[in-house]
Design a protein around this ligand. Structure first.
Ligand code: DC
Length: 223
């Protein structure tokens, strides 16, 4: 069976990762959360006092960063220089800085190179902001996810509550909108709908409905 590349882009907390994960598992494909890579770089910068506006410090830091993914008990874990940072990279202090760090071109170049290498064998679903536009413009299927901001806030708030994070819905919404703003207006590879991308608005769709829609598109794209 022909293997394809599936790019899933869209705003923060639209359900991209859930859909991408579900799709990868149905198809027996690898799933890569590209946002986790930018989050891992951000965590490294925070922990090591790296100023994203200092090009030399950034280059030096990037040469010291190794990011890997491992599946453990059916869950994806992100490793930064051998340490499991899956939970640390989801903290608010990382969420508050990650969009800023993601505007740095040297950071983007390093991440895109690694992401393209991960897709060399195809059979991959990758979610992010620039997957269909920059990382895999030749992807056989490109999805672009959107959802109503209040629904996104509700989902993200519930997710953070479940993890015991103490935060108000207003703060969650402000962070989401702030990230959307930076992600879609940055100079280097801003978030935008790729040519040929198919929009999925997840506001009124259940997880199963989103998967059914994406799976049908994937099967058609696989040929
Ligand atoms: O998908 P996420 O919310 O975990 O991503 C965190 C941030 O990383 C997001 O606000 C912007 C950045 N990002 C990016 O610039 N390019 C990607 N391909 C993925 C994420």
């Amino acid at each position: 069976m022909k293997k394809i590349i599936i790019a899933v882009d869209g705003f923060s907390s639209c359900g991209k990762s859930t859909l991408a994960k579900d799709l990868a598992s149905k198809l027996g494909y690898a799933y890569i959360d590209s946002g986790a890579m930018y989050r891992a770089v951000t965590l490294y910068f925070l922990e090591n006092g790296i100023d994203p506006d200092d090009p030399e410090a950034v280059d030096d830091a990037l040469s010291r960063i190794e990011i890997r993914f491992l599946r453990m008990n059916g869950e994806n874990h992100t490793f930064l220089n051998g340490r499991d940072v899956e939970s640390d990279i989801r903290q608010m202090r990382v969420s508050a800085q990650v969009s800023k760090v993601s505007t740095v071109s040297a950071v983007r170049r390093a991440m895109v190179r690694q992401q393209q290498a991960m897709g060399a064998e195809k059979g991959i679903v990758m979610d992010g902001r620039d997957i269909g536009t920059v990382v895999f413009p030749q992807a056989e299927l490109k999805l672009f996810m959107t959802a109503d901001p209040d629904e996104r806030t509700r989902r993200r708030y519930a997710e953070l509550q479940a993890r015991g994070v103490n935060i108000s819905p207003e703060e969650v919404k402000a962070n989401l909108l702030h990230r959307d703003q930076i992600d879609s207006t940055r100079a280097d590879s801003p978030l935008r709908q790729a040519d040929g991308a198919i929009v999925i608005d997840s506001t009124h769709l259940t997880r199963e409905e989103q998967l059914a829609r994406a799976l049908a598109l994937a099967i058609a794209a696989r040929g």
